[in-house]
Design a binder for this molecule. Sequence first.
Ligand code: HEM
Length: 166
Amino acid sequence: MFTKYFFSGILLLLAVFMLWSATPLIAQENPQGQQPAPEKSLYERLGGVYAIATVVGAFIEKLLVNDILNANPRIKEARDRVPKAGLKYRVTELVCQVTGGPEKYTGRSMKDAHAHLYITEKEWQAMAADFKKILDEFKVPAKEQGELIAIVESTRPDIVIGTAKK
Ligand code: HEM
């Protein structure tokens, strides 16, 4: 009698233990609803290529009339020579690519595209101020602004070389 209850007890304990240890496996196999949805790419949160092209277009228009930038004769010369529609197109491609969109950037590296302009820290600051104004104008949310500004900042060492004779 005692032996019968003893073995039944052991079996019950074993069953409870097996069920308990299998729970995480079951949870792993069926993660639906347990993981938070993956965050959308910056590209998607900005509204995709049309929204990005609109903001880039407005940004470049603003830069073209920035007196601090135009005081640099190399920048001024490049601006008079390079069609602004092409510049808008290339910058849009680049922003789309680096924010996670399907577009592919086809232009030069940031170093190669800007080396001949000898861009200074002061000129960089003037560009960054215009960029912030445009992001505010288009009501880009603070989080997305932060991510975009960080992307632009990451190109600074390749673009700001300054100091050469103008
Ligand atoms: C003070 C800052 C900047 C100034 C004054 C500036 C000015 C210019 C000018 C004048 C050109 C045409 C150069 C030429 O073809 O001779 C150019 C090209 C370009 N810039 Fe900038 N730029 C600045 C910062 C940036 C930043 C921060 C980015 C992107 C993160 C950028 C992206 C580009 C791209 C994609 C091109 C076209 C390259 C190509 O077509 O191969 N620029 N920039």
